[in-house]
Write a protein that binds this ligand. Structure first.
Ligand code: ZN
Length: 180
């Protein structure tokens, strides 16, 4: 089954990596992103892309390899969820993502949205637990993060009518409203 294969592959690729925020094994994040998409009833390729979305950005895995194992469509979705080269500044990388997402296919937007929901959930939970010092652990502080997460929302809904917004986008919007 494709999902089991994706969980195995992502676990191997992220082996030894930890989440910056809470030192838990990194795989917990892509796993939750996949589960968010699965719970939303989305098709297997989208859930698979959610499970693999950080492989290219953060491991030695490549789009070519993903395409060979999981097919071209999954690889394309992962490409949309990956940031360009890390030599660019924080602002340049984020601006690039904001622009790319605007005209991405809806399926790619869903993967990005699930990624942001999970990241924001972790950050806001941690903020609740230890207070605003949580923001010191980021290169860019709270205001910049807020700008980034809000801009991503605007890109997700770019040129979509309100009645076309998937449930996941609305869930993300509600989270942003608690981000004060
Ligand atoms: Zn991610």
């Amino acid at each position: 089954m494709e999902l089991n294969k994706a969980i195995d592959y992502a676990s191997r690729k992220h082996d030894g990596q930890k989440r910056k925020l809470d030192e838990t094994p990194y795989i917990s994040h892509p796993f939750r992103v996949g589960m968010l998409l699965l719970q939303d009833g989305l098709e297997e390729d989208i859930v698979t892309a959610g499970l693999l979305h950080d492989v290219v950005e953060d491991t030695d895995g490549t789009l070519e390899e993903i395409s060979q194992i999981f097919g071209e469509k999954v690889a394309q979705l992962v490409a949309y969820a990956s940031e360009p080269d890390k030599s660019l500044s924080w602002h340049e990388r984020k601006q690039h993502t904001i622009e790319t997402i605007k005209n991405a296919p809806l399926e790619a937007k869903l993967v990005v949205c699930a990624d942001k929901i999970d990241n924001l959930t972790s950050i806001l939970e941690k903020e609740h637990e230890i207070g605003i010092t949580i923001w010191d652990s980021f290169k860019a502080g709270k205001e910049k993060q807020k700008w980034y997460y809000s801009s991503i929302y605007n890109s997700l809904v770019h040129e979509l009518n309100e009645n076309e917004h998937p449930a996941l986008f609305n869930r993300y919007k509600k989270m942003l409203e608690t981000f004060v």
